[in-house]
Design a protein around this ligand. Structure first.
Ligand code: PMP
Length: 330
């Protein structure tokens, strides 16, 4: 018999898939690492497992404890599923720009959710950082993983994502591209790949236009899960060789193309990473092997990126898809 002892044991080991259509005109091999195939549906399952393992080992999380975390949703799902299997309660604090679909997923796993306004600065008492600090102080036995500062986040990628890419490309990978949120993915994976290749692998960060990583101040953008208005400790600025800023419009247009042309129903930060990757791949040769990490799936964005009226309300190009029988036959 071949089975996993629990769903937590199938985190990681995601496949690399070649892009064949959106890469027209590019000589390099462009592969994507499909993180929505993790059990919680995103790359964040990796850090959740590592962070909870470490907290248990360090005695920060004890039986009956509560996990409190500000999260855009995906980290919450990862933490919720690992916590549930280990018997912990979860309370998540989310900014109000996060879609209702993502909130429903968290509550489906049995987590509690508190929604806070996006429009206030991080130091404001109602910001999602402040509210999570308050809850952590007030709930007995609470542990705040703090994914922005927790070095077990990048470490999980150093131990899993990086080695998987190295092994699956037989050490031929030349470029690694990832969006930057907490910075954990790019810092941990990038560091491993640089060490394994003795500095040969070039690491490219993708950032929403306006965020600090590409020189902005944190001006609001609509792509979720990436970009910041402060510098998190999980991010190691020495790892990326280059940061490419990408607009919401370009990110969402590519997200729609990935679904329609590559059969990859992914989120907006995946579209953003692919846009940055393809810009960086433009001048590469046939021996180059680029790996772009796609953090999550598109189901949490059906009411947004894949919804015509939402896209039009922000001035993004239409994704018209629903048709009447008459239109199809005409
Ligand atoms: N995309 C999405 C959808 C995410 O939820 C995250 C995590 N915040 C990222 C990208 C960025 O990953 P990291 O935090 O490791 O930089």
């Amino acid at each position: 018999m071949r089975y996993a002892d629990s769903i937590v044991d199938v985190v990681g080991g995601t496949p690399l898939v070649k892009l064949n259509h959106v890469t027209e005109g590019i000589a390099a091999t462009v592969l994507v690492k499909v993180e929505y195939l993790n059990p919680g549906g995103s790359v964040k399952d990796r850090i959740a497992r590592k962070i909870i393992d470490a907290a248990e080992e360090e005695g920060l999380l004890r039986p009956g404890g509560t996990i409190v975390e500000p999260t855009s949703g995906n980290t919450g799902v990862g933490l919720a599923l690992v916590a549930q299997q280990r018997g912990y309660r979860c309370v998540f604090v989310l900014p109000d720009k996060v879609g209702q679909d993502k909130i429903n997923v968290l509550t489906a796993y049995g987590a509690e959710v508190v929604v806070t306004p996006t429009s206030v600065p991080p130091e404001h008492p109602d910001s999602y950082y402040s509210v999570s600090d308050r809850l952590t102080a007030e709930i007995d036995g609470a542990y705040k993983p703090n994914q922005y500062q927790n070095l077990n986040g990048p470490l999980s990628h150093y131990e899993s994502t990086g080695p998987e890419i190295w092994k699956d490309t037989d050490g031929t990978v030349t470029h690694f591209v990832a969006g930057v949120g907490t910075g954990g993915t790019i810092s941990g994976t990038g560091r491993f790949l640089k060490e394994a290749s003795e500095g040969r692998v070039r690491v490219v960060g993708a950032d929403p236009e306006g965020s600090v990583y590409s020189g902005g101040t944190g001006r609001p953008y609509l792509v979720e899960g990436v970009g910041e208005d402060f510098w998190p400790g999980a991010y190691d600025p020495a790892i990326p060789d280059e940061i490419i800023p990408v607009s919401d419009a370009d990110s969402f247009a590519m997200t729609v193309r990935l679904a329609r042309e590559e059969g990859l129903l992914v989120g907006g930060s995946s579209g953003m990473a692919v846009v940055a990757g393809l810009r960086a791949a433009k001048d590469l040769g046939p021996d180059d092997v680029m790996v772009i990490l796609l953090p999550d799936g598109g189901r949490g964005y059906l009411g947004k990126i894949f919804n015509d009226s939402w896209m039009r309300s922000y001035g993004f190009s239409e994704v018209a898809q629903e048709k009447t029988v008459r239109e199809v036959l005409s």
